[in-house]
Design a protein around this ligand. Structure first.
Ligand code: NAI
Ligand code: OAA
Length: 311
């Protein structure tokens, strides 16, 4: 199975590294516009093969899409990341043009690929990719919920003082500092509700920390995060390529699901060999429904800025 990752920067290269290390794909192509950059990252990752023990073939390309031909999955991480103090939404001006051009180039060489959109503002870039390519909705997946949920579980595990892998939980809604919806009511520790162990105040703090998880890291690092984002993309790609049918919150085109239409945002999806195999209808309470509607209003307002790019 062949995976192309466009953008060999922090997130793209980390994703290539995890996919190779875990043997998720037999071939990974990294592509970037910076001369020699993707080739360098691919060579560096390839030189881990004997010490970490993988056989994935990793190669790089400077903007030559012919090398990406026949990819099963294409991940788009090209574009600029935010700096401390910025929101993801502020990246739309530069990233929309980049994502649209990349999506066109990718499809010309891999007409059957499933596209995973990572560049921010991710929900709007997912919507742009869907509208610009005209592909069926199952083949355009925005990655945000997998990462946000992993951060939610991290903060839950810290509050509970229990191992992360004993904790379960999910974040839906938009992938933005104010649009994410950590579903605290449904979060669990070893199959028991977290509300058994945490006060409402503690759960509210976990949710608030989760929502600004990306901004916190951007403040600490000077640019946005890459280890957990890259690993989250690899997790999603694994479920596609190996038809694992995992339930992962992803940004997907909604046509009435969760009360929304003509928008891409995060909802629980079954992810398998066809991309989005199904959208799972988790019953939300009235508060969660209201939060989802408010999140959709914000994502929709951002999508309106795409008019000139899509014209
Ligand atoms: N959806 C999510 O959960 C996450 C999204 N992101 C987003 O992913 C994007 C990438 O982040 P980083 O890897 O940290 O940035 P980065 O700056 O390290 O890497 C981006 C790469 O894209 C390349 N690039 C720019 N235009 C290109 C084009 N037209 N064709 C091919 N390559 C091109 C650049 O040369 C650069 O190497 C950002 O927009 C960031 O906000 C980052 C983390 C999580
Ligand atoms: O925070 C950012 O700008 C990058 C991102 O989407 C994340 O790490 O969640």
């Amino acid at each position: 199975m062949k995976v192309t990752i466009v953008g060999a920067g922090n997130v793209g290269a980390t994703c290539a590294d995890v996919i190779s290390y875990r043997g998720i794909a037999s071939e990974v192509v990294l592509l970037d516009i910076k001369e020699g950059f993707a080739e360098g990252k691919a060579m560096d990752i390839s030189q881990c093969a004997t010490t970490t023990g993988f056989n994935t073939r990793v190669s790089g390309s400077t903007n030559d899409y012919s090398k990406t031909a026949g990819s099963d999955v294409v991940v788009i991480t090209s574009g600029i990341p935010r700096k401390p103090g910025m929101t993801r939404e502020e990246l739309i001006g530069i990233n929309a043009g980049i994502v649209k051009t990349v999506a066109d180039n990718v499809l010309a060489h891999s007409p059957n690929a499933i596209i995973v959109v990572v560049s921010n503002p991710m929900d709007t870039m997912t919507y742009l990719t869907l509208k610009a390519t005209g592909l069926p909705k199952n083949r355009i997946i925005g990655m945000g919920g997998a990462l946000d949920s992993s951060r939610f579980k991290y903060y839950l595990s810290k509050a509970l003082n229990k191992p992360s892998n004993d904790v379960d939980g999910m974040v839906i809604g938009g992938h933005g500092d104010t649009t994410m919806i950590p579903l605290t009511r449904l979060a669990s520790y070893c199959g028991t509700p977290v509300s058994t162990y945490l006060t409402q105040e503690e759960m509210d703090k976990v949710a608030a920390d989760t929502m600004v998880g990306g901004a916190t890291l951007t403040g600490l690092l000077g640019t946005s995060a890459w280890y957990a984002p890259g690993a989250s993309v690899a997790y999603l790609v694994d479920s596609i390529l190996n038809d694992q049918r995992k339930m992962i919150p992803c940004s997907v085109f909604l046509e009435g699901e969760y009360g929304q239409e003509d928008i891409c945002m995060g909802v629980p999806c079954i992810i398998g060999k066809n991309g989005i195999e199904a959208i799972v209808d988790v019953k939300l309470n009235d508060t969660e429904k209201a939060a989802f509607a408010k999140s959709a209003d914000a994502v929709r307002a951002m999508n309106a800025d795409l008019k000139s790019v899509l014209a």
